[in-house]
Design a protein around this ligand. Sequence first.
Ligand code: AMP
Length: 195
Amino acid sequence: MKLIFLGPPGAGKGTQAARIEAAYDIPQLSTGDMLRAAVAAGTEIGKQAKDIMARGDLVPDDVVVGIISERIEAADCANGFILDGFPRNLSQARALDGVLVEKGIDLDAVIELAVDPEILIARILKRAQESAQDSAQGPRDDDTEEALHHRLRVYEEQTAPVADFYAEKGILRTLDGMQEMDEVTQQIRSALEVI
Ligand code: AMP
């Protein structure tokens, strides 16, 4: 099963993708997690991405397309994968199309979690407070109120059109991300069962 999870920051994509990862034995490939790991490790990509991420802007397309193109070749993607946080704009979506055609891979579905922006802000600020209390993890640089508003704007302007791109291909499934977490998981599983 080859899937994309789409949704604004705080929509619960990461949590839901982790649940589907376990249920279907396919890895969750989060470009945000990979980039944070690169920043923490101080790699060239990490150095390039650090300030961009802290502001809530998108890192250059060629960086994330390169990361994903290489990652989906790994042995653990033989059964499929869940792209979480990628593609983030139309040019990434088109580049991904090219990569998939080249590798002979077909996407099965794009799951979009729709959430009211007011709820998102409250959710993310709560997450920021919780991780600020967790000394092991610490807060994310981009969970400040300012960066959060910027990330939501970037989502509206650049990422929301990606949903239309996949709707035209007939593989978009939009679900209500404001329900209880277990209910959202159930709806995703029901959507995947009919694929
Ligand atoms: P996330 O964990 O998905 O919220 O991503 C955190 C940050 O990583 C984003 O605000 C971007 O700065 C960067 N990022 C993650 N995925 C992408 C992507 N596909 N394209 C560009 N930047 C990304």
